[in-house]
Design a protein around this ligand. Structure first.
Ligand code: UDX
Length: 427
């Protein structure tokens, strides 16, 4: 069955969701208030790096099932479903800022079809379905929560092969209409009330953050007692109750979701009278992780860092994306610059000369990046880093020193070349 759908917001979530719904056979209009973005999309360009997305956008446009518009009023007219996929950035007190979502709701309220369903996909505090309903002020329109669980870099595949679809609705018949949109996806369906759906999203992302902070804390212990984190992770993950995923130690977690969602959850809990100290500690462990990385750089490059040149490989918050938002790499670079180091960076997805942070020079060659540097720090797990010519790296650096925060370099090969080495969770 094909439905008429409007998607408000063409960021990672909106563009992926709209495009995938068109792929499933629905008739989709994607709306954005950024004219440059709409122009780019209309001319066949894709504003984000997302595997599989360009092909599916082209397919949807060619089939006449996917179109883009900057006009929100025209975009929602005649639509049975309107998906809100607008940003919910972190406000100054840690809570999610709902102004975009409220303003989107106000813009569409007079133009919705009777019986239309507004589906909130943005990550919003518990109770926000009500906030949207109030902003709409329409008795004849339904509001449903349907959180997204899309990872950047695999968003298309996550949408088309979901591990679950969560629908939060007060009315069963409305929930069934939303469920029908996902009929072609063979996924377990959880139909619940809006507050539960909203909390499920936060609980999921916060748990992932907790898992990573846990393994980074275990990595610190491993270093102190002379254990090897890779083997610990293998042994730990083979317990099916724990699982292998999200146990990779690293420079800390970042990105557009985990930092803001953990802060928002702490805030939601506090507002409801619960002091979520477990989550607060996970956030603290994450901050400490950035500092631990800088400490490792000091150890291998020599102290003080003032006046030293540090080569950085990787700026994005993880491999497979061009997103720099809340990237641990940027946070580490910021601390290095604050200590007076000159930072030269290379990232396959960041253009040379890009203005990422004051004091950081971005170059387009990984070896030139190392030229005359006092240490190399690997901050993102791009696969190409494990294939670099270590002799060229050794020749380029002023001293053979490396901090590998993703444990992607060949430690034995570095040892043979007499590098001073620091990984995460290994000695
Ligand atoms: C996340 C959730 O995974 C997704 O379900 C949600 O809807 C949006 O937020 P994303 O922000 O794309 O997705 O990134 P994710 O893959 O979760 O990684 C987050 C951070 O954790 C990155 O900085 C990554 O490098 C780090 N990470 C992840 C680790 O350090 N170790 C791991 O084992 C996994």
């Amino acid at each position: 069955m094909s439905n008429r759908i409007a998607v408000v917001g063409t960021g990672y979530v909106g563009l992926t969701t709209g495009t995938c719904l068109a792929h499933l056979g629905h008739d989709v209009t994607c709306i954005d208030n950024d004219p440059a973005k709409i122009e780019l999309l209309e001319s066949g360009g894709i504003p984000i790096l997302e595997p599989g997305l360009p092909e599916l956008v082209a397919e949807g446009v060619a089939a006449g099932r996917l179109r883009f518009t900057g006009d929100i009023v025209e975009g929602v007219q005649g639509r049975e479903f309107v998906l809100l996929c607008v940003p919910t950035p972190q406000g100054s007190d840690g809570s999610a800022d709902l102004s975009y979502i409220e303003s989107a709701a106000r813009s569409i309220r007079d133009h919705l079809e009777p019986n239309a369903i507004v589906i909130n996909k943005s990550t919003v505090p518990v109770g926000s379905t009500r906030v949207v309903a109030n902003a709409l002020g329409r008795e004849d329109v339904h509001v449903v929560s349907n959180p997204e669980f899309l990872r950047e870099g695999s968003a298309v595949s996550d949408f088309l092969n979901p591990e679950r679809v969560v629908i939060g609705a007060d009315d069963q018949a409305v929930a069934i209409r939303v469920a029908a949109l996902h009929l072609r996806l063979a996924a377990p369906l959880l139909v619940t009330d809006p507050a539960t759906a909203e909390l499920t999203k936060y609980a999921s992302n916060a748990f992932l953050a907790l898992k990573i902070s846990y393994i980074n804390a275990i990595a610190a212990v491993a270093e102190a007692v002379g254990a090897d984190i890779d083997d610990v992770v293998t042994g730990l993950g083979l317990d099916s109750r724990i699982g292998q995923s999200f146990l990779r130690p690293g420079p800390g977690w970042g990105g557009s979701c985990l930092p803001k969602d953990t802060s928002a959850l702490i805030r939601i809990a506090a507002d409801a009278g619960y002091d979520f100290s477990l989550m607060k500690d996970a956030v603290k462990v994450n901050r400490q992780q950035f500092e631990r990385v800088v400490d490792k750089v000091r150890r291998v490059a020599g102290e003080p860092l003032e006046g030293r040149t540090i080569a950085v490989w990787g700026l994005t918050f993880k491999a497979g994306t061009d997103d720099l938002r809340d990237s641990p790499a940027i946070e580490v670079a910021r601390q290095l610059v604050a200590e007076g180091a000159k930072v030269r960076a290379y990232d396959p997805e960041v253009a040379a000369g890009a203005d990422v942070l004051e004091g950081v020079e971005v170059v387009d060659d990984p070896y030139a990046c190392c030229d005359g540097a006092d240490a190399l720090v690997v901050l993102t797990e791009w696969p190409e880093f494990s294939r670099m010519d270590l002799d060229r790296v050794a020749a380029a650096l002023a001293q053979r020193a490396v901090v590998d925060t993703r444990n992607v370099l060949d430690r034995a090969a570095l040892a043979r070349r007499e590098f001073t080495y620091q990984g995460i969770g290994r000695v």
